[in-house]
Design a protein around this ligand. Structure first.
Ligand SMILES: O=P(O)(O)OC[C@H]1O[C@@H](O)[C@@H](O)[C@@H](O)[C@@H]1O
Length: 328
């Protein structure tokens, strides 16, 4: 599908005119005083159909009025947003720069609502099963380090999408965390980040998670090599690496060359963009910290929002409204 600049659509001109004629003078205090229903007009309560979760989207405090909102929705129509959404869910290659599908929504479609036909989608559930058995073994203490002790610290080594998503979710969901399992995230190429982390870790009880879609990212491979050298200084025998290093990657060959055992690899697919990868095997650190059942709940919640995004009309579509207001 050909992409056009947003500014090439007629609604863009309309928005520019609206901004000049009144948009830049919209005053919130005045707007609320003049319209007692402003909050209810420009807010939306989303309710889950499966749980008691609700999300209140309050966009009444943005500098918009009915005419601006209408022009923004018109822009979405002219840009064929709905068609693009449908193209994404049907596996079309909307990632035109890499000529790939964009199917992170398949990672959380556990009920199979979207019937996505793309190689790899059928592997999502077996991979989740692998994450479940592994994370449960580590959390219960059944998974033992090379001297027979249970794991006490995990260190996720990754950068960009292979770091930020898990960092954000484990922080946000801290109340669900297993408190006797320390989680560290090392992303920085500055050796201090790894050195300071290793100071508080014990090689006998530390699990390293090398998270890299490509497994070629310089920062991550450098940090992973530092971690492996540190580990082997203590453990001596390379055979022990299998108990302390796992890989999350689409590049099985490079992870094997690094020395990761096949059964310690958690894979995902090239249709998972880096910035959306926390829902894939990249989320292993999340499952370890909050437990696999909670990780699965996270996937279910995201899937419900995917259903809303796919099915709600543009005027009531929470992600679309937020994106449009972002443009304004
Ligand atoms: O997961 P890997 O392949 O190590 O990439 C890590 C990060 O690298 C950056 O350069 C960007 O491409 C990010 O989108 C990506 O998440």
């Amino acid at each position: 599908m050909a992409h056009k600049l947003a500014s090439s659509h007629p609604a863009w001109n309309k928005l520019e005119q609206l901004y000049e004629s009144k948009g830049k003078q919209i005053n919130l205090t005045k707007a609320f005083n003049e319209d007692k229903k402003r909050f209810s007009t420009y807010s939306q309560l989303w309710k889950s159909e499966k749980t008691d979760a609700t999300i209140l989207l309050d966009y009444s405090k943005n500098l918009i009025d009915a005419e601006v909102l209408e022009a923004l929705v018109q822009l979405a129509k002219e840009a064929k947003v709905q068609e693009q959404v449908d193209a994404m869910f049907s596996g079309e290659h909307i990632n035109t720069s890499e000529d790939r599908s964009v199917l992170h929504v398949a990672l959380r479609d556990l009920p199979g609502d979207f019937s996505i036909n793309e190689p790899g989608v059928e592997e999502v559930k077996p991979e989740l099963e692998h994450m479940k058995s592994f994370s449960e073994a580590v959390r219960s203490g059944a998974w033992k380090g090379y001297t027979g002790k249970p794991i006490k610290s995990i260190v996720n080594i990754g950068i960009g999408g292979s770091d930020l998503g898990p960092v954000m979710v484990t922080e946000a969901l801290k109340p669900y965390a297993k408190r006797d399992l320390d989680a560290h995230f090392v992303s920085n190429i500055d050796g201090t980040h790894m050195a300071e982390t290793l100071k508080v870790c014990d090689p006998e009880t530390t699990l390293f998670i090398v998270a890299s879609k490509t497994f070629t990212t310089q920062e991550t491979i450098t940090n992973a090599t530092t971690a492996r050298d540190w580990f082997l200084e203590n453990a001596k025998d390379k055979a022990h690496v299998a108990k302390h290093f796992v890989a999350l990657s689409t590049n099985v060959k490079a992870a094997t060359d690094f020395g990761i055992a096949k059964e310690n690899m958690f894979k995902f697919w090239d249709w998972v963009g880096g910035r959306y990868s926390l829902w894939s095997a990249i989320g292993l650190s999340i499952a370890l910290v909050i437990g696999f059942d909670n990780f699965e709940q996270l996937l279910h919640g995201a899937h419900e929002m995917d259903l809303h995004y796919k099915n709600a009309k543009l005027e009531e579509n929470i992600p679309v409204l937020l994106a449009l207001i972002g443009i304004w």
